[in-house]
Design a protein around this ligand. Sequence first.
Ligand SMILES: [Zn+2]
Length: 249
Amino acid sequence: MFYLVRIGRKKVSVETVLDLLVKIQNLDDEIEDNEAQLTQIPRDTAKLEKQIAAREEDLKNAETRILEIKKNYKMKEIEIADNEDKVAKLNAQTFAIKTNEEYRAVLNEIDFLKQRNKEIEDGMIDLMEEEEKLKNSIDRMRAETGEFTARTRDSIAALKQRIGELTKRQGEARAAFDRDFDQMPEDARNLYARVTKVRDKAVCSIVDNTCTGCFANLTHQFLNELKKRNKILLCDNCGRILVYTGSRA
Ligand SMILES: [Zn+2]
């Protein structure tokens, strides 16, 4: 394509252009990889934050439930005492009762209140059992949540630090790419841009006489041409720019 080109006042050899093509491809790969990480890391961080929040919410719910149980238990105690009070008063009334009908009514009410208290007591036993269970697990839950939160916060801090490093590195990589890209003659720049539009990678190395872009075998003759490094050559099969980077022929 071109053996020697002039960029500004500087002459650039094809060898230099080939080296630049390899360099800008590597930078392009790195930029893409950095970008993928810079997109992924905040998602990972958000996921970890959510996990912490969920654990802390579970713990809080358990703690709230224990308080609720205590309160319910107290209310049931009051209700039982209240009913017992009523029963005592009704018992006292029975002495003054004149008719059988009235007597039966009072006894029915006493029975009802006693039955009601039995039900309340059953409910209290359930509450006690639930409280016991929660109390047994809450210490472990607290310890696990604390440990998980501390560990996860460390991971989040490491990820945030990684974002800082990547952002810095990304700026450097982009600057290096622009600088090297500008070093190339216009033909090479246009070629690179054109191949990049249709392929994941514009520049490919050769491994085992194969194009690493499409894995097509290269003919001996073509390989020898590539080894000369005095032309920009494209893979016949995939159209990517092939650069021989092994020992010179
Ligand atoms: Zn190819």
